[in-house]
Unconditional design. Structure first.
Length: 320
């Protein structure tokens, strides 16, 4: 199976340029994410994500630790954006997401990173934590397409995304890789400072599914298009895993691909919260796997647990 990235046609018709301009204009009173800070990022004002106009990139490289259809054999071309529109107290990448470690780059340089990763043979370009960088991604893509860029784009997100931004990305993003983190607003507020996360996330997942649908793979098992949802199981039932899986099965589709993640450990400020002060237990994760089976979520992957509880992210096995 071969599916040509749809942004090629958007570029040809001029619609990609229109989307890029519309997203750029939103930066003057920023509503690109659900925070709706309404600050002028074009003039360097900083909102919740602490990001101005130029993107900050912490790293870019061929990554082999994603789910098998994303990493494949040659790796996923990951571009890690610094800062985030959430503030998770247990974030394992907090120096990047909270402190903003990285290098400020131009959109031309961002396009150059995409081209470099394509030339290295990566299967796709994987934008990590992209929700506050929608405009910059569209602008860089327009430049890269002129230079011959043609890889599928992966939108690797916490799932805290606005519908307006997602609609700008329709026809641009080939593979959505969102989280579903919470069902309970109280937990979302306490652990990520986003009380509206459940409602925003559920609307976003519906929109992503509408745009791209079920994950489609080529003859080598590499993702070309579709949605793959991640769920990080937290200790003490704090991620409301059963309810999250029920939502996916009944409100999205039982055919949605699920990556059930076991790698939680008390990073960043988690040790300051009693209920997050330990790693996930084997029993808690096995219960999550059983719930996935209960709701008929047969497509996807789960992680092996090591003796300490949490398995590293590259130990992903096919769900059975």
């Amino acid at each position: 199976m071969e599916i040509k990235p749809s942004f090629i046609e958007l570029y040809r018709t001029g619609d990609l340029e229109k989307k890029s301009r519309e997203a750029y204009d939103l930066l003057a009173c920023c509503t690109l994410c659900p925070r709706n800070c309404m600050i002028n990022r074009l003039q360097g004002q900083l909102g919740f994500c602490r990001s101005g106009f130029l993107p900050i990139v912490s790293s870019y490289n061929a990554h082999h630790g994603e789910e098998p259809p994303i990493s494949g054999i040659r790796g996923s071309g990951t571009i890690f954006f610094s800062h985030c529109n959430l503030s998770c107290c247990y974030c394992q990448n907090w120096p990047i997401s909270q402190l903003g470690q990285g290098q400020e780059v131009t959109v031309e340089r961002l396009a150059g990173m995409m081209m470099d990763l394509q030339q290295r043979g990566c299967h796709n370009i994987n934008f990590v934590t992209p929700s506050h960088m929608t405009a910059q991604i569209l602008m860089a893509l327009e430049i890269a397409v002129r230079q011959g860029f043609n890889l599928p784009l992966v939108y690797n997100t916490s799932g805290y995304d606005s519908l307006d931004s997602l609609k700008l990305l329709e026809g641009v993003i080939d593979i959505y890789l969102p989280d579903i983190r919470y069902i309970d607003p109280g937990a979302a507020e306490r652990y990520s400072e986003a009380r509206d996360y459940p409602s925003v996330n559920q609307a976003a997942l519906r929109e992503m599914w509408r745009q791209v649908g079920e994950l489609q793979l080529d003859d080598q098992g590499i993702a070309l298009r579709g949605m793959l949802v991640r769920h990080l199981v937290l200790p003490n039932g704090l991620s409301q895993t059963r309810e999250a899986l029920k939502f996916l099965a009944r409100e999205i589709s039982p055919r949605v691909h699920l990556s059930l993640m076991s790698q939680f450990f008390p990073a960043h400020r988690a040790n300051q919260t009693a209920e997050l002060g330990r790693s996930l237990s084997r029993e808690e994760y096995q219960q999550a796997v059983e719930w996935a089976e209960e709701y008929g979520l047969e497509n996807g992957w789960h992680q092996e647990l090591d003796d300490t509880g949490g398995g590293p992210p590259d130990r992903i096995v096919k769900a059975t």
